[in-house]
Design a protein around this ligand. Structure first.
Ligand code: BES
Ligand code: MN
Ligand code: ZN
Length: 489
């Protein structure tokens, strides 16, 4: 097994640069059709009005997202100047995150020493945390196994004018997103149920967050026959991971549930090769739960939050679960299997039942559950389904604030009949492929009963096939920021 050579050890500071330290690249923002900011004005004067001339000739513009790298024609000061176009509309939290990330990402083509991000006056101080988080997420890519690292990380990134508190918070957010992305980007031979579970034990060792892992024997004792069925075809047995952060007194816990199918071949309902290529990403829901729990734990939130990951590998062999099988789930409800590729909901059936047993105030599940959700909403938007519109409103407003795209799909009772089975309580597919994201959610609803619950289908946005200026292709860490904000508020 090759070892990944991932190492996001960037030194982050808030210290302003003194006379003796040299800055390789100074990053400064420029509003559209605006005059030079004080920091640019100073450099302009030192260089005999060079920036004013560039502005006047239209070489330098403030178009949102446009990056202009300039050599600085003076003896002192930074070597290079990176001007980041800020556009003309009001700057949001998402702008702070993405523009900071895009600026840093554009510098990773070669080694650099000190990079100074002068954004403290550009973005509101409440958004300084995501300026830092964005810079960190830019430094994490999917090329974990290139002999030569494809992203050359700067020795130091300085954020003068950002408070130490916002720097630390931003680091936690950035690292939590990166941790989730890293888990998803790891190949399935490296990350399988047992190694996923072990990595969670390692991550939370020496923290207030306690971790419990159920192996296949414990899963059998607990009656988690649905999780075991999905994992039955694999030589890598399933696991359930429970992370408990109980720092909120006696409030009932929030429970986060993640689909953790570490590889989805489709099982006997085998996927064609093209559809299987990215199926290492099928544990993104579970990885997101780990990322959010890491942030909660590092920030020491005074809340009760429990994260549950249902982990299995969906494979083909003589011991695979079969079409026509009927499984008695942990809840006692029976499921008829009519497609082994609709495995995520089967894993979640037992995982949601474990969540229910924790007497939560709310359950939020995250799952790369259906291709149908991508057909409905495209690649970049999370599909949200709920039995409690108040709870979803809270999560929607957190998502809006963070700039993560989420859209509700209806849960009309009209759909209920589609998951009824002729031989068991429910079947694991709807009638045909229409409304597939919703019929999957209808299946899940059977396992939460009346508890307030939101289901987030992240099949589209969890994994990107193209890079963006602010992020490499591959895992995205979608919903870490939104869920953290929701839990904090
Ligand atoms: N993991 C897939 C869904 C998926 C597709 C995630 C593309 C990310 C990208 C899921 O297990 C699946 O195979 N769903 C089936 C359900 C169908 C058999 C009812 C699907 O969407 O085709
Ligand atoms: Mn599947
Ligand atoms: Zn799947």
């Amino acid at each position: 097994m090759p070892e990944s050579n991932f190492d996001v050890s960037v030194n982050l500071t808030v210290e302003p640069t003194d006379q003796a330290t040299s800055v390789d690249v100074l990053i400064v923002g420029l509003r559209h059709q605006d005059s030079l900011s004080p920091s640019l004005g100073e450099l302009d004067q030192l260089g005999g009005g060079w920036l004013t001339r560039l502005l006047e000739s239209g070489q330098l513009r403030g178009k949102r997202g446009e990056l202009t790298m300039l050599g600085v024609p003076t003896d002192s000061g930074p070597q290079m100047l990176l001007v980041v176009g800020l556009g003309e509309s009001e700057l949001s939290r998402l702008d702070a995150f993405e523009l900071s990330a895009a600026a840093i990402r554009s510098l990773l083509d070669r080694p650099r020493g000190r990079v100074e991000v002068r954004f403290a006056d550009t973005f509101a101080s409440e958004h300084h945390d995501v300026v830092v988080a964005g810079a960190l997420t830019a430094c994490e890519g999917q090329a974990l196994y290139r002999s030569e690292p494809s992203l050359k990380l700067p020795a130091e990134i300085a954020f003068p004018g950002v408070s130490q508190k916002q720097l630390d918070r931003g680091r936690v957010i950035g690292e939590s997103i990166n941790h989730a992305r890293r888990m998803v980007n790891e190949p399935p031979a490296v990350l399988y149920p047992a190694s996923f579970a072990q990595s969670v034990l390692d991550l939370f060792a020496d923290t207030e967050t306690s971790v419990e892992v159920w192996d296949e024997n414990r899963l059998a004792e607990e009656g988690c026959r649905a999780i075991l069925a999905v994992g039955a075809g694999s030589s890598r047995p399933p696991r359930l991971v429970m992370m408990s952060h109980l720092c909120g007194g006696d409030e009932p816990p929030i429970v986060l549930v993640g689909k953790g199918v570490t590889f989805d071949s489709g099982g006997l309902s085998l996927k064609p090769s093209d559809a299987m290529i990215d199926m290492k990403c099928d544990m993104a829901g579970a990885a997101t739960v780990v990322g959010v729990m890491n942030a909660i734990s590092c920030l020491g939130l005074k809340r009760n939050v429990i994260g549950l990951c249902g982990l299995a590998e969906n494979m083909v062999s003589g011991t695979s679960y079969k079409l026509g099988d009927v499984i008695k789930t942990r809840s006692g409800k029976t499921i008829e299997i009519l497609n082994t590729d609709a495995e995520g909901r089967v894993v979640l059936a037992d995982t949601l039942d474990v969540a229910k047993g924790l007497q939560p105030q709310a359950i939020v599940d995250l799952a790369t559950l259906t291709g149908a959700c991508m057909v409905a909403l495209g690649r970049d938007v999370v599909g949200a389904m709920t039995n409690d519109s108040n709870l979803l409103e809270q999560i929607e407003s957190a998502a809006t604030c963070e700039g993560e795209l989420l859209w509700e799909l209806p849960m009309f009772r009209h759909y209920d009949d589609q998951v009824k089975s002729k031989v068991a309580d429910i079947k694991n597919i709807g009638d045909g492929r229409w409304g597939g994201a919703i019929t999957a959610a209808k299946f899940l609803e059977n396992f939460v009963d009346e508890l307030p619950w939101v289901h987030l289908d992240i099949a589209g946005p969890a994994f990107a096939d193209q890079p963006k200026p602010y992020r490499d292709a591959g895992a995205t860490g979608v919903m870490v920021r939104t869920l953290l904000r929701w839990i904090e508020s």
